[in-house]
Design a protein. Structure first.
Length: 236
């Protein structure tokens, strides 16, 4: 067993994430603050799940459509540059977080154990799943969802999102390696332990922070200009 203090801290962190998730879920579906770009509803829910109250504040400031619609005059973009950076990072983080959750649970179900197998196997699964989810999000972004759109969606992910996802994942994997090998005392970290998911939360937050310069550079180069403009127009 892991130390009692670590288990208590892990459960507390996960509980805070669930409460944050519930707040945004209720605001979106009970209070009717639906996102004009529908995948952003998933993005914000996943973000608050691993970031917690700080992400709820970001959602209240830049995520709610009604907030955006009255932030600036009609002739200007409604999100400031830092708002665009945050929302694009939230989207990237949702890909990585969902990829981490889905891949790790799937590997655990089939019998993969980080204590007896190379960690890179799990990391490869996490990374590929994050890219696959990014592609699916692109497909569901389109009004008409067809199999033929997978190719263009993949090309867009490679062009716009792959670098951010890669930086995010490298930091996540670096932290998870330290967590497995050095940081957390006790038995190996496995998905059936709250400590595993607590370590994942820390790694995802670290990845989010590390990817900020990349997203800022991409927006500065205009690589994400179309997405930023579409989000602003949709929120009007």
């Amino acid at each position: 067993m892991h130390p009692t203090w670590l288990l208590a801290l892990s459960w507390a962190s996960l509980a805070v994430g669930v409460v944050s998730f519930t707040i945004v879920l209720a605001d979106t579906y009970l209070r009717g603050h639906r996102q004009p770009v529908k995948v952003m509803e998933i993005v914000w829910l996943v973000t608050v799940l691993y970031v917690g109250p700080a992400a709820v504040r970001l959602y209240w400031r830049w995520g709610r459509p009604e907030t955006l619609s009255r932030r600036r005059p009609e002739s200007q973009l409604r999100r400031p540059r830092r708002g665009h950076i945050v929302t694009q990072l939230c989207r990237c983080g949702a890909h990585c977080a969902l990829g981490f959750i889905v891949a790790e649970v799937a590997l655990y179900v089939v019998g993969f154990d980080a204590a007896h197998h190379a960690l890179w196997v799990g990391y490869a699964g996490d990374y590929l799943m994050a890219v696959a989810i990014a592609v699916l999000f692109r497909v569901f972004d389109e009004p008409r969802r067809r199999v033929a759109q997978i190719g263009p969606a993949l090309a867009t992910v490679v062009k716009i999102e792959l670098l951010t996802i890669t930086v995010f994942e490298v930091v996540l994997f670096g932290w998870l390696t330290l967590a497995h090998e050095m940081v957390f005392p006790g038995p190996p970290l496995r998905p059936d332990s709250p400590t595993f998911w607590f370590a994942g939360q820390i790694g995802l937050i670290a990845g989010f922070v590390a990817a900020v310069p990349v997203a800022a550079w991409q927006i500065g180069r205009g690589l994400r200009a179309r997405e930023a403009g579409r989000a602003d127009v949709a929120s009007g």
